[in-house]
Design a protein around this ligand. Structure first.
Ligand code: ATP
Length: 210
């Protein structure tokens, strides 16, 4: 029985060879680009699970714009991964509260899954700024960093990182928020289950106040 990456397992069977992908983000909203990355990472890196980790407070982004409440973003990510083999949404950073630091999340995952090998999946747009992440060197010790190509970004990953090539999907959450707000159709890039959550909760209808 799978208990989730933060579940309790009997010590004798604890995750000796578990390969766990961690794909963090604001997911405001999640889109087909995110799904393609998670699926490709799981397949190419032969991961047992890929956890889509919903940031509580994405401290790099939140000073610049209003972020949709975390429970709404979590509901959208749950809809995104529903029925997807090996993909799961996690609310661990939301439960922890405050600013979401990847290093803390990785430490918690390592502690809850002794013996597991961790892979941190990031888009290529984040490579330039990675060294400014909180305890970035420690992040590299806790997990293998896997960079996923993203249209429009060219910075090469560091030498000990992996590069994962996926079929590029040129979409961002920013353009989707604008599209919903101005009444344009987003169904090409947002799965219908996520669109249902957006509609039911009335998300992105107005310009949020920071
Ligand atoms: P925003 O436009 O609001 O800044 P975003 O589309 O970049 O958001 P995030 O939730 O910030 O989405 O992204 C989470 C992770 O997914 C990050 O590692 C990001 O680099 C990666 N990512 C997002 N969109 C794509 C894409 N189209 N292709 C590859 N990686 C992506």
């Amino acid at each position: 029985m799978w208990l989730g990456v933060f579940g309790q397992l009997t010590p004798s069977i604890r995750n000796v060879s578990l390969r766990l992908g961690v794909f963090g983000g604001t997911f405001d909203p999640p889109h087909r680009g995110h799904l393609a990355v998670a699926r490709a990472a799981r397949r190419s890196l032969t991961l047992d699970r890929v956890v889509l980790m919903v940031a509580n407070d994405p401290w790099k982004k939140s000073p610049g714009r209003a972020i949709t409440p975390a429970p709404d973003r979590l509901a959208m990510v749950q809809a995104l991964v529903h029925g997807e083999d090996g993909l799961e949404a996690s609310d661990a950073e939301i439960r922890r509260g405050g600013a979401s630091y990847t290093v803390v999340t990785l430490r918690e995952l390592a502690a809850a899954n002794a013996g597991a090998e961790l892979f941190l999946i990031i888009g290529r747009d984040l490579v330039d700024d990675f060294s400014s992440w909180y305890e970035s060197v420690e992040i590299g010790r806790l997990a293998t960093i896997v960079v996923v190509d993203r249209p429009g970004y060219v910075t090469d990953p560091q030498r000990d990182w992996k590069m994962l090539i996926v079929d590029p999907i040129d979409v961002s959450s920013t353009e989707l928020r604008d599209a919903v707000r101005t009444g344009r159709d987003v169904s090409t890039n947002v799965p219908s289950a996520v669109c249902d959550v957006i509609r039911a909760r009335g998300l992105y209808e107005a310009v949020p106040t920071p």
